[in-house]
Design a protein around this ligand. Structure first.
Ligand SMILES: Cc1cc2nc3c(=O)[nH]c(=O)nc-3n(C[C@H](O)[C@H](O)[C@H](O)COP(=O)(O)O)c2cc1C
Length: 437
């Protein structure tokens, strides 16, 4: 194993939702078939052939209507909605793959810890220890409205999440690791003296327990976190085993990673157990000529057209600011995002002071990379050497079979040829794979 190796994953921002449709490379069947999950099975199998560590699903639980104050763009284009429940997809992918880690986004604001501990324990068992939980606190008032609750204020959501994780861990621990005896001679399945109630009474949650789900292979799911505010980073440093970083440029990536690691050390954790994974959405071409042409297409689509509109609609929903109704040349700092993903708004402000300046860079992913597979492998290796870090998550909106092939059959082999990513799986659980290097 080379000391330069890093982890690869794919963060599917569309979640268990409609893949890219109605474009040149999207086929006819996709918009009708995705609901049954087949598309994602193919995707997971392609990533497993490519030896990815993680396939991760975003999730939101509402129909957005921020952009232009209407749900029209989102619904007409099938953009960010419909979004089906990713936890339901996990067992299907678990049965059709063997080693890749499967991460679903579940919100601490809308689940009860007991329901989530039960679900996550079940999924970890069903996948043989490959389940990860992307812990989100949810920043959408609309989502709160759907659940009929008030959205707590930003930092309080993380305080609630701290308590949520504490209770969930007590529930997972309510069965001692060796409580399931399966002793056929004595006729004992589970040893009752090793299963105890939790009798938890916190500020936000209560539960008597115990959980009615037996211990899963990983004991608890791998914790993943994506949130870039200072409070979000503190939460990540305390709990997360993998952190999604959407910072743009080596300097911002490094600052993010240093901050996560410092906070982890401050709470007594070994920072090497908190893996920082950078979002990238690389343009892949076969020749320099093709790379240049595709970069030009990307830049044009960011600045206008349907792709530009969809990107703005996406940023409006997750950034909590209606980009259809703000002055292109007014300072962004004059606007206060509603209750959005603070990290997203701050990322915008880091690249420019007005929407006109920022628009050409918006892509829901981090640092821009472009090249042939081999060039990209070189660029990724240089970035990791410069910044430090543990790997990359493919992000962006493009979810076509062509895109999957570019990454799984183009980029991954190029990374492997340079000894930068695994060429086989050494373990069975996601945590073991993450901790391997
Ligand atoms: C890259 C990235 C991906 C995210 N994915 C989701 C998601 O799928 N669902 C969700 O509800 N929130 C998602 N979030 C939101 C965060 O979990 C968090 O709630 C939000 O960023 C606000 O916290 P912050 O101010 O600490 O960033 C994501 C955030 C980032 C930065």
């Amino acid at each position: 194993m080379s000391g330069d190796m890093f982890h690869m994953g794919w963060f599917i921002g569309r979640g268990y939702g409609l893949p890219t449709w109605n474009r040149t490379w999207t086929g006819n069947a996709t918009p009708r078939e995705w609901v049954q999950g087949d598309y994602f099975v193919e995707w997971a199998q392609a990533l497993e052939r490519a030896c990815f560590d993680i396939m991760m699903f975003a999730d939101t639980a509402y129909v957005p209507d921020t952009f232009g104050g209407s749900a029209k763009t989102y619904l007409n284009q099938g953009h960010m909605t419909p979004m089906h429940d990713p936890a339901s997809l996990v067992p299907v992918l678990g049965y059709t793959t063997k080693r890749i880690g499967l991460v679903a986004t579940l919100s601490t604001t809308f689940y009860h810890p007991y329901a989530l501990a039960r679900l996550a324990g079940t999924l970890d068992s069903m996948t043989g220890g490959r389940f990860g939980w992307n812990i989100v606190t949810t920043s959408s008032r609309q989502a709160a409205g759907c659940f009929g609750v008030e959205l707590p204020e930003h930092d309080e959501r993380y305080d609630i999440a701290d308590e949520f994780v504490e209770l969930a861990e007590k529930l997972w621990a309510s069965w001692e690791p060796d409580s399931v005896a399966i002793d056929e001679a004595s006729g004992i399945y589970a040893e009752h003296s090793k299963i105890s109630s939790v009798d938890y009474e916190g500020r936000h949650f209560r539960s008597t327990g115990p959980l009615n789900v037996q211990p899963s292979p990983q004991g608890r799911p791998v914790y993943v976190q994506a949130g870039g505010s200072p409070r979000g980073i503190r939460f990540a440093a305390e709990h997360a085993e993998a952190v999604v970083c959407m910072a743009k440029g080596a300097e911002n990536m490094k600052a993010f990673r240093d901050s996560v690691r410092e906070h982890a050390m401050a709470v007594g954790r070994d920072p090497d157990t908190v893996k920082v994974l950078y979002l990238i959405d690389p343009v892949v071409g076969e020749t320099q000529h093709e790379v240049d042409a595709r970069v030009a297409i990307r830049d044009a689509s960011r600045a206008g057209g349907l792709d530009g509109t969809l990107t703005m609609a996406g940023y409006s929903a997750v950034g909590g600011l209606d980009l259809a109704n703000i002055d292109l040349d007014a300072p962004l700092a004059d606007y206060e995002p509603e209750e959005g993903h603070r990290a997203v708004f701050e990322q915008m402000m880091a690249v420019g002071s007005t929407l006109r300046e920022v628009l050409p860079t918006l892509d829901m992913a981090g640092t821009d990379l472009a090249g042939t597979p081999d060039q990209l492998a070189g660029q990724m290796s240089e970035l990791i050497q410069e910044v430090g870090g543990d790997g990359f998550l493919i992000g962006g909106w493009d979810a076509t079979r062509r895109r999957i092939a570019e990454i799984a059959d183009g980029l991954a082999p190029a990374l492997r040829r340079r000894g930068l990513m695994r060429d086989g799986y050494s373990h069975h659980t996601l945590r073991e794979h993450l901790l391997e290097y």
